[in-house]
Design a protein around this ligand. Structure first.
Ligand code: 5GP
Length: 190
């Protein structure tokens, strides 16, 4: 997606060879026109899957998931992050490490928002090692809903996350693929 690439090139800040700060694009400020464009693109790519729910993880996945759900005309559910393990019988819960924060959090979704009849499209902002992604897929598996696909705005190709999700047999679509981060250059797939 050219528009997203341009914004990443213009506003992305290389923090290290592993981490690209995207606060001005995805993680702190968002441009509704850009987010809506992403929503349209994901909806176009997954429309034939008869999605009944879009699922994401708070907080940075929410705007993109909302735009996608709005295009598809289905509800959006976001997994909440909890700092302590909840033993709530009414929730699906999974523990995941957080790549950027260096801590462990629990993801939870109320059982009332996912059912075996659902066909779920997962949307997230960035995939790195894939811990958050695998956590949310485990939650959906607990609910016995069908996972029809996974859309991420940015795939960091030099980390394992996207590969591990595809190896699980899930169709993962990314809008921009980052090949590597150099000291002063973001190398993206053409
Ligand atoms: P993972 O669980 O795939 O290792 O990391 C996923 C989450 O960590 C993403 O949803 C994103 O919020 C955050 N993250 C991972 N790598 C980066 C990065 O290079 N830049 C930013 N801004 N966030 C990242």
């Amino acid at each position: 997606m050219e528009l997203l690439k341009e914004r990443i090139r213009r506003d992305g800040v290389i923090l290290s060879s592993d981490v690209l700060k995207l606060d001005a694009v995805l993680n702190h400020q968002v441009d509704p026109a850009l987010i809506n464009e992403m929503g349209r693109e994901f909806a176009r790519r997954f429309r034939e899957e008869r999605v009944t729910k879009v699922v994401t993880i708070e907080s940075s996945g929410i705007p993109i998931a909302f735009a996608t759900a709005s295009e598809l005309g289905v509800p959006m559910v976001f997994a909440r992050r909890k700092k302590t393990l909840t033993t709530d019988q009414d929730c699906y819960c999974e523990r995941v490490p957080s790549f950027t924060k260096g801590i462990v959090t629990d993801l939870m979704i109320s059982k009332s928002f996912l059912s075996p009849d659902d066909r779920v499209l997962v949307i997230d902002d960035i995939i790195a090692n894939g811990d958050a992604a695998r956590g949310v897929l485990r939650i959906i598996a607990q609910s016995e809903a069908t996972i029809v696909g996974f859309g991420v705005a940015v795939e960091k190709d030099f980390q394992q996350g996207a590969r591990t999700i595809r190896e699980l047999g899930v169709r993962l679509v990314s809008l921009v693929k980052i090949i590597r981060l150099e000291a002063d250059r973001i190398i993206m797939e053409e």
